[in-house]
Design a protein around this ligand. Structure first.
Ligand code: PBG
Length: 331
């Protein structure tokens, strides 16, 4: 067959895209289940798992079911889980004191999981939002409008120590108080938990994308709204320099892993951090990112599998080692 007369184009990138075999050879980025961490929600009692309408495919699991689900994830090769308690509304108080009840739900769940699957990594959130009646991540100050930094940090130090004692491999402060990483490190070390790691939610933005999570842990219900205003402590989505400074401070204070959250809309931040630190990086593809892809797929407007794979690949490409994602199980 006569070929068309070629134009004078000597460099042709399409040579490396020609067949699926060639494309595979030159692929620069991979997502494997080992890089993924599945967020799981736990509730008290012996009942059935409760579905979470705004997080299709996700449930609040009673501890027995949580263990079964974790076994399934481990069998599928998922890298670890992040555990979030949804405690009963009547245990929520302004000062979130249930967070320091050593017999509380999350501590029992971690102990049970560690007994059943001792090697499987568990990340445990350090913050008060599942426990406060106002839904904020810390204690309110005198004005009742803002979260008090230092008083909150004192509480988080105790919470982190209890989580370590229950067996969490990593504590993950998601509260965005100043100085908390250093003080949590000190508290852990003083109690002998020198081997418990700190994954810091270092670059956590005040996004509109946390809504379904707030349904899941019930903080939307306690606060009476999804759009709880956390701009006094979470980062301004407009700011790139400011959050880089913050994240690098967490490294100095002793964080073992730094996280960017949300992931998809903040890939520039992830790349900035990748170029500024040697620490491993995590990215949290948050509930609203999952919900967006799901809702569009349900309408037939995007292909779920492709959109899911591409979203995770992009987060890896930007520089994430680990990805916290609600897609972990199905990927
Ligand atoms: C709060 C916390 C939040 C998430 C994880 N930890 C929500 C918030 O800051 O209100 C959100 C995760 C998600 O949306 O998937 N400590």
């Amino acid at each position: 067959m006569k070929k068309d007369r070629a134009l004078n184009i000597s460099i042709r990138s399409r040579r490396l895209r020609r067949t699926s075999g060639i494309r595979r050879l030159f692929s620069e980025t991979e997502v494997s289940p080992a890089h993924l961490v599945a967020p799981l929600f736990v509730i008290d009692g012996q009942g059935k798992p409760e579905s979470i309408p705004s997080l299709p495919g996700h449930f609040r699991f009673p501890i027995t079911a949580l263990v079964r689900e974790t076994h399934r994830l481990a069998r599928r090769g998922v890298g670890g889980i992040a555990i979030f308690p949804c405690i009963s509304q009547r245990l929520r108080t302004p000062n979130g004191k249930e967070a320091l009840n050593p017999k509380g739900l999350v501590y029992r769940a971690i102990r049970t999981l560690k007994k059943e699957l001792p090697e499987f990594p568990i990340f445990a959130d350090v913050a008060l939002d599942p426990y406060t009646s106002h839904g904020h991540d810390g204690l309110l100050d005198q004005t009742g409008k803002d979260v008090a930094n230092d008083a909150t940090v004192r509480l988080l130090m105790k919470q982190a120590t209890l989580l370590a004692d229950a067996g969490a491999d990593f504590v993950a402060p998601s509260d965005m108080m100043d100085g908390r990483v250093g003080y949590i490190r000190k508290a852990l070390d003083q109690s002998g938990f020198t081997e418990t790691g700190i994954l810091s939610y270092a670059a956590k933005f005040a996004t509109s994308l946390y809504g379904p999570f707030r349904d899941a842990v019930g903080s939307a219900q306690s606060a009476g709204t999804h759009s709880l205003d956390k701009r006094g402590y979470q980062a301004d989505p407009a700011n790139r320099r400011a959050i880089l400074k913050d994240a690098l401070l967490d490294e100095k204070e002793g964080a073992d892993v730094l996280m960017v959250k949300p992931a998809g809309p903040y890939l520039d931040i992830l790349r900035d951090l990748r170029e500024s630190t040697l620490l491993p990086l995590a990215a949290y593809q948050v509930s609203g990112e999952y919900a967006q892809i799901h809702a569009a797929a349900q309408k037939g407007w995007v292909d779920l599998r492709k959109a899911r794979a591409e979203s995770l690949l992009s987060i890896r490409r930007a520089g994430a080692d680990l990805i916290f994602t609600y897609f972990a199980k199905d990927f």
